[in-house]
Design a protein around this ligand. Sequence first.
Ligand SMILES: C[S@@+](CC[C@H](N)C(=O)[O-])C[C@H]1O[C@@H](n2cnc3c(N)ncnc32)[C@H](O)[C@@H]1O
Length: 299
Amino acid sequence: MTPPAPAQDWINRVWCEDALAGLARIPDGAVDLILTDPPYNLGKDYGNASDQQTVADYLRWTEQWIDAALPKLKANGSLYIFTTWRFSPEIFVMLKQRMAMMNEIIWDRRVPSMGGSVRSFSSVHDTIGFFVKRKDYYFDLDAVRIAYDAATKKARSRSIFVGAKWLEVGYNPKDLWSVSRLHKEHPERADHPTQKPLEIIERMVKASCPPGGVVLDLFMGSGTTALAAKRCGRDFVGFELNSDYCAIIEQRLAAQEQEQEQDAAVPAPAKKKTASKPAVKKPAARKTRRAAVPEDAAV
Ligand SMILES: C[S@@+](CC[C@H](N)C(=O)[O-])C[C@H]1O[C@@H](n2cnc3c(N)ncnc32)[C@H](O)[C@@H]1O
């Protein structure tokens, strides 16, 4: 008789605790993708001191969580990490000693031109590292290709292009991603200072986690990775220190689930095409001190 599968009580949960402690809940080799957005150490107030460390402490801590997280990855797994140009050189070297680097992706936050620095060039991007464990890593480019617009297709209507596969399947998103940050009025926006757009996280999930696979985010914030995983038919697990943010995650996930149930109940032709803002109540602002933040701190 086959023994029953072990209970996976760690999955599809955001644990409201320190990631370093919580990682012990996850069996080694159980995760397809680590997709994480740690504090950038730019002085933000997350209701904890994680973004306000000395440089030496920050880099030591980063190396510590990387070493604790990597054993959780499957052999064909991948890792994406959001960071800032201020620390990407050190962090990428750490990761290159442990994994193969596939891309440095630049997220252009589409920041409008308004004043800005006077002694240097205004920083308007975040740096994302894409790393893999070994050569036969999972990667589904077709899931994230971008369709050519009608004008491009028409311009390529000459006989030599007819039936061209690349024209039909769309193009590689490349390594420069221009996606607007979530400003205060953005329909997706929750009450978290560095919430990332679903569009970006979903692209990573679709490309680098097989359907039904598991995505791990050590630093969930407002839970964008969890929402993206569910929207793409993947499982998730993650951690978040701040209990206010944990509450936001629960609300966002519940609202999304409700929306998906409503969509499923609507006959196909009348279905809404795009995801609208989940009805998430913003909690009252916390009365914690806001540290001075350099202008390149992503929002
Ligand atoms: C950059 S934010 C993540 C934002 C997230 N990607 C989103 O879209 O909302 C980093 C988060 O890590 C949390 N954090 C910091 N140190 C942590 C730790 N040791 N364990 C778990 N969470 C931590 C912070 O409270 C913060 O919410």
